[in-house]
Design a protein around this ligand. Sequence first.
Ligand SMILES: [Zn+2]
Length: 314
Amino acid sequence: MTAPSPHAAGPLFAAVDIGGTKIAGALVDSAGTLAHRIQLPTPARESAAEVLAVVHRVLDHLAAAPRWGGVTAVGLGSAGPVDLARGTVSPVNIPGWREFPLTAEVAAHPAVGARPVALAGDGVAMAAAEHWRGAARGADNALCLVVSTGVGAGLVLDGAVRPGPSGNAGHLGHITVDLDGEPCPCGSRGCLEGVASGTAIARRALARGWRPAGDDRSARAVAEDAKDGHPVALAAFDRAAQALAAGIAATTTLVDLRRVVIGGGVAAAGPVLFEPLARHLDRYAALPYVRGLDVRRAELGADAGLIGAAALCR
Ligand SMILES: [Zn+2]
């Protein structure tokens, strides 16, 4: 056993964040500081065993750290859906993993030993991170969203992150905001994600005649043109903001909360998203207890998944 370094106060956690494009790992101390980081591409189209092999490489790297002996628990954040009761994950964008026993496979890694392994979906992990160290700090009730290629979210209620029985509470991307809308890969239709994700913003802009100046056809390029006043680009962000406002208003009205934290690549567009969002929230969040919601930008960026995975070990 290697003793924890003397400057590391409190427990040390190993965190692994599994997404459709990257698998990241780090050691996280009780101040939320990341060390001994690693990030590898996700072989998302490969077999279950090949994806797991990358997770094991991340664990190998973490276990080689001098401070590994001080690690008290392993936290896993994964693209969802997840099943906490069974310790399985079925990430939509990793087809090889369906009801994949992630918790058991990580616990079986030789270096993990008897350490407990905690699992969460990525939206819940982000909410845990922002509640611990970010823009939801100090809020007893908050909705934390990630708006990027998809739309995920997690809920803080009565002072704690609430994953729900299966671990998927706050799955805001798949509530219906358009009653007769497009079919969604989840099986429903008119889902928020199908209107407000970065993918949806770019698709809508392209369908209405927006053409990028360069090779980038993503929502990031749409955002740049929107900042320059391009009407189709502005309209695509306005539509996404309208859908987000409807989803946020529904959630805050349902569970009675005022703090809303928004992160992810689409949120990085800044005022192009947040200005129409405020306007639409003013229309949809109508009852007195949800008027004037406290909407904030997320503070932890791409590290939220790792910090959240560690937060769940606490
Ligand atoms: Zn859906």
